[in-house]
Design a protein around this ligand. Structure first.
Ligand SMILES: [Zn+2]
Length: 183
């Protein structure tokens, strides 16, 4: 079943339009948040990512697992591939990955493999987070690269976004089963 064929629940959140003049963590996380809204509007779990390099965006991505029927189509994976293509180098040492939720095991691994210099995420994930939430690939002694980690930029907004998405989804499901029982 392709879930993305269903219509996305109406998104009550608005995109951000941060000043282009101040390219700080908040600026780039705002763009990652906007990517998460793109995921929502495509009926995907709202997670977004942006990769910045020398003050410029070189990669963007949002979760596309359902629409592409690809379990690896996470926001970070898409953004990393795009970033490497953009600077024509798979080594992203001077780049920063901004993502609205702590990367999963796959994306944490990809961050290390692409040698990303810094990872900034909004929400820690104690269940699946691979950069300190559930475990930490960054501290695995066999790895030849470690990344700098920053947690909590726009945490409240990103958390509200994802929690609201799942709440609406649960309600839709509950209503549907109530209607079925009424038949
Ligand atoms: Zn992931």
């Amino acid at each position: 079943m392709n879930h993305s064929k269903k219509t996305a629940p109406e998104c009550p959140f608005q995109k951000h339009f941060p000043s282009q003049l101040i390219r700080d963590d908040l600026f780039f996380m705002s763009l990652a948040y906007n990517e998460a809204l793109n995921a929502w509007n495509a009926n995907e779990v709202p997670i977004g990512a942006v990769i910045a390099h020398e003050g410029q965006v070189i990669g963007t991505g949002h979760n596309q697992v359902e629409s592409s029927n690809d379990p690896t189509a996470h926001a970070e994976m898409i953004a990393i591939t795009q970033a490497a293509n953009s600077i024509d180098d798979w080594r992203l040492n001077d780049a920063t990955l901004y993502v609205t939720k702590e990367p999963c095991p796959m994306c944490s691994g990809a961050s290390i493999m692409s040698r990303i210099g810094r990872v900034v995420f909004a929400i820690p994930d104690p269940k699946m987070g691979g950069l300190g939430g559930a475990f930490n690939v960054n501290e695995y002694s066999g790895m030849n690269h470690t990344t700098n980690i920053e947690i909590g930029v726009m945490q409240e907004e990103c958390l509200e976004l994802i929690q609201t998405f799942f709440r609406i989804k649960r309600n839709v499901k509950a209503n549907a089963s109530t209607q079925l029982k009424a038949l």
